[in-house]
Design a protein around this ligand. Sequence first.
Ligand SMILES: CC(C)(COP(=O)(O)OP(=O)(O)OC[C@H]1O[C@@H](n2cnc3c(N)ncnc32)[C@H](O)[C@@H]1OP(=O)(O)O)[C@@H](O)C(=O)NCCC(=O)NCCS
Length: 147
Amino acid sequence: MRYEPLNPDLGDALAELFEALRAAGAERWFHPHPLTREEAERLCAYDGDDVYAVLVDGTRVVAYGMVRGWDAGYEIPRLGIAVHRAERGQGVGRTLMERLHEEAQARGATQVRLTVYADNEPARRLYEELGYELELKGDDLVGYLAL
Ligand SMILES: CC(C)(COP(=O)(O)OP(=O)(O)OC[C@H]1O[C@@H](n2cnc3c(N)ncnc32)[C@H](O)[C@@H]1OP(=O)(O)O)[C@@H](O)C(=O)NCCC(=O)NCCS
């Protein structure tokens, strides 16, 4: 499995992952932007300071994630990930998170931030194992990790 920043060649494969995530109901937990083909193509053409990346197995995109906030001028960037349902429970999410932490650090971040619904048990456990301190804010948990 290889890590790749998004690029125009990944448009179709990313659109397929978005469609699979929608079909699996992942939008309830993960909705940083619409999970549509148009959005996949837009993201694959994106050229800015934020990080949008995937893990690829052969020609399939099995996980997608981002670290963003630099473009919008935030001091602490924010992470998000989603893994294809068929690939969960095998360390894919952890691998992508670790890779995104490296990217954030390489761009000068000393901390990253994320939000997670309190009832999203798999994501909570993953983030806690990675060392995030999660704190309830309204209906969401907000987590910070020092890099
Ligand atoms: C959350 C998500 C990214 C985890 O990805 P994954 O590839 O299954 O995670 P991993 O296999 O790397 O698991 C890492 C850790 O996460 C936790 N975890 C993963 N699946 C779990 C489950 N079904 N129940 C409880 N904990 C779970 C465990 O702590 C696990 O560590 P372990 O393997 O040592 O037990 C994935 O379930 C997903 O894409 N969910 C839908 C989208 C989403 O919720 N994104 C996060 C929004 S905040």
